[in-house]
Design a binder for this molecule. Structure first.
Ligand SMILES: C[S@@+](CC[C@H](N)C(=O)[O-])C[C@H]1O[C@@H](n2cnc3c(N)ncnc32)[C@H](O)[C@@H]1O
Length: 277
């Protein structure tokens, strides 16, 4: 990695460490209902060995373990995210089903063909690095005949060229912060990425971008009213006191404006995609 890329990656990781400390339950389009739908598509049950990549603060991990009673290993490269995830699993008394590890998705500390199922939510599209390489590494640890599932943001093929250029420029600006490739790939590109990594695509469900990464309802459902208010206060204080965090968030505004504006959000959505190894 070149030095400038290295320092960008460090800045990105610092961002995730600060955000991890906020203990936000989930940060992906479609919210909890998208998570539940993806898990149904993966046909989970208690006999499956599962890995979740880029688990964040482990909300989905605990939900899956609670629902399906399967053994699940969950990794994230942010130590803060994993610390919060461990606290969550302990609080929910679901530890016996879960092993959390700090690990880089590009270099998973597991043997080839270890898991029956791998999944991730809003991971490849926030990577600034090579998403094909990251997915190939995930596929490596899945058994032949096993499944990989994902929830990722896509853009429509029909996006007007002027808007596409605006989006590319906004993404370029945002490259220093998180959200590297958010909304850059079409459904066709996601399918190709799965196929190039050695998977046969089994299901693809596309949804409009109507619901935000975490709706107020999901937030209150998962944290309660007091918890939600305390999170918002914490976020405001951190944004005011961390200039780097403020800069990252500021740079993300043009992308979010395009993806959520009433005239342009129709060109974006999330895809639930599964593939068989
Ligand atoms: C947008 S968040 C999504 C978190 C969670 N999956 C969710 O849906 O709420 C992206 C996560 O990817 C993690 N991440 C980014 N790059 C990573 C890498 N190379 N290896 C492991 N985790 C990574 C970040 O720390 C962060 O927790």
């Amino acid at each position: 990695m070149k030095t400038s890329e290295e320092s960008q990656e460090k800045a990105r990781k610092r961002y995730y460490d600060i955000v991890g400390d906020w203990n936000i339950p989930i940060v992906h389009m479609g919210g909890l209902s998208a998570t539940d739908e993806l898990m149904e598509m993966l046909d989970l049950n208690e006999s499956r060995g599962v890995i979740e990549v880029a688990c964040g603060t482990g909300y989905t991990t605990c939900r899956v373990a609670n629902t399906y009673h399967c053994h699940i290993t969950a990794i994230d490269y942010s130590e803060e995210m994993i610390a919060k995830a461990r606290e969550r699993a302990q609080k929910e008394q679901i530890n016996e089903y879960i092993a959390f590890e700090v690990a880089d998705a590009f270099n998973l500390p597991f043997e080839d063909n270890t898991f029956d199922v791998a999944f991730f939510e809003s991971f490849l599209n926030i990577l600034a690095g090579d998403k094909d390489r990251a997915l190939t590494e995930i596929v490596r640890v899945v058994k032949p005949g096993g499944y990989v599932g994902a929830n990722e943001v896509f853009r429509a093929e029909s996006i007007p060229p002027e808007l596409l250029n605006r989006m590319k420029e906004a993404l370029q600006e945002m490259a220093l912060g998180p959200g590297g490739n958010l909304g850059r790939f079409t459904l066709r590109e996601w399918k190709k990425c799965f196929e190039q990594s050695g998977l046969t695509v089994t299901q693809m469900v596309k949804q409009k971008a109507e619901s935000s990464p975490l709706s107020l309802k999901d937030l209150i459902d998962s944290l309660g009213i007091c918890g939600s208010l305390s999170l918002m206060t914490r976020m405001t204080l951190d944004v005011l006191s961390h200039s780097e965090l403020r800069a990252s968030m500021w740079k993300a505004i043009p992308v979010r404006k395009i993806m959520h504006h009433k005239d342009t959000r129709k060109y974006f959505g999330y895809i639930l995609i599964t593939g068989k190894k």
